[in-house]
Design a protein around this ligand. Structure first.
Ligand code: ATP
Ligand code: MG
Length: 379
């Protein structure tokens, strides 16, 4: 007991079962590896684009960071950002701007969804006095105000067709007229367009101009959903915990490997934004030094944790079920997941290897689907 208090991972009682000893050592090493990995993750996998920090360790994210770097160096290449809601389109647009020669000029944004159709053109290109009923004064549009800087056209898929035609002309020669105006105004603006719909489909459906689509996608960046790059969950989570703790003026809690695994298992329909919100909630509600799975919302834990309400690991349905079928199915799943590695499958099921082999024999299960019965004992 003193050894455990002093930090020993575990203890075994004599007589020692060698299989148990091996499993305990493997578990201990795995726990240590995860802790070291988490410590290392704290500082790695971050790119700094001026004040904009970009986090990720998936191949997709490092590739994206390199492209941001290259695009920022171009004077005014147009960029099309496609990705589900919350994947980081705004962040990437800001990173490009902050890292470019335009950084000391404005970064302006127009959201084509929230704006009434009739106002999109006026917002973008401005209007002269009396151009339409409400136009009592001359007003500059965002294209004019962003001169020298970057203009983000968010949810470009929702831009009305009339505004699309004007935008295309503007992209071709950097010139436009204010609504109701007669003189051409020339500006120097980089346009970045973002969308969470498949623009190609909108083109096929006639809702989006094909010529504008091809003009926009000079640099075409697709940001994959978080569920397709689960390895980014850990560095993102550690980054957000640190950032949120700083905002809340408290010390950043650590995250247990189990909590990280829960984050890596969930499907994140709201992508990175949802991950950030979940951690913010945990930090606000839990005054803990260590974020553990129970500090995360049930929906998130759902995939990897027993349901709440009752201590039961598995709920027995009213009509009951065959315990042997369940056992057989779990053994099959463990073997599939470990690609037939009996030692690792045994660990997943918290069995000794001999016990697992015995039960595999009982259910006539081979280590791998292709293995013959003769190989049944191998691992
Ligand atoms: N790779 C990343 N590194 C650090 N923070 C990120 C990353 N990706 C996204 N975020 C953060 O996640 C949140 C959501 O990102 P952002 O607003 O850029 O998403 P979006 O794709 O523009 O979403 P929407 O389509 O809803 O506008 C922001 O707080 C952003 O800073
Ligand atoms: Mg956005």
């Amino acid at each position: 007991m003193r050894a455990v208090k002093a930090g020993a991972y575990h203890f075994l009682e004599k007589p020692v079962d060698l299989d148990d000893l091996l499993i305990t050592i493997e578990k201990g090493l795995e726990a240590q590896r995860l802790r070291l990995e988490i410590a290392a993750l704290r500082k790695q996998h971050r790119w700094q684009f001026a004040h904009v920090e970009f986090v990720g360790r998936s191949a997709a994210m490092s590739e994206l960071a390199q492209i941001v770097e290259k695009v920022a160096r171009t004077e005014s290449a147009t960029v099309l950002l496609q990705g589900e809601s919350g994947t980081g389109k705004d962040l990437v647009a800001r990173a490009i701007h902050a890292h470019s020669g335009r950084r000391d000029h404005p970064f302006l944004e127009i959201n084509c969804t929230t704006l009434p159709e009739t106002l999109v053109e006026a917002e973008l290109f401005g209007h002269e006095r009396g151009a339409f009923t409400d136009a009592r004064e001359r007003k500059k549009g965002l294209a004019e105000l962003a001169d020298g800087g970057t203009l983000l056209l968010d949810e470009i898929g929702d831009m009305p067709l009339g505004a699309q035609a004007k935008l295309l002309r503007f992209l071709e020669d950097s010139r436009f007229k204010r609504l109701g105006g007669t003189t051409d105004i020339t500006v120097n603006v980089r346009v970045i367009a973002a969308t969470n719909q498949k623009l190609e489909r909108a083109v096929q459906e006639g809702k989006f101009r094909g010529d504008l689509y091809y003009r926009l996608k000079v640099v075409d960046l697709a940001i994959p959903p978080l569920r397709d790059r689960r390895e980014d969950c850990a560095p993102l989570a550690l980054y957000f915990v640190e950032q949120l703790a700083r905002d809340l003026k408290r010390e950043a809690p650590t995250m247990t490997p189990e909590a990280i695994r829960v984050l890596e298992t969930y499907s994140w329909p709201g992508n990175v934004r949802e991950l950030r919100n979940v951690l913010e909630r945990a930090l606000i509600l839990e005054d803990t030094q260590e974020i553990r799975p129970e500090h995360l919302p049930v929906e998130i834990r759902g995939a990897s944790q027993p349901p709440e309400g009752g201590d039961q690991l598995v709920q027995l349905p009213p009509e009951g079920f065959s315990l042997e079928d369940v056992e057989r199915s779990l053994i099959e799943q463990a073997l599939t997941r470990t690609r037939g590695n009996v030692a690792r499958a045994a660990r997943l099921l918290d069995l000794s290897r001999d016990t697992l082999r015995y039960r595999m024999k009982k259910y006539s299960l081979a280590a791998s689907p292709r293995a013959s019965k003769a190989a049944l004992g191998g691992s």
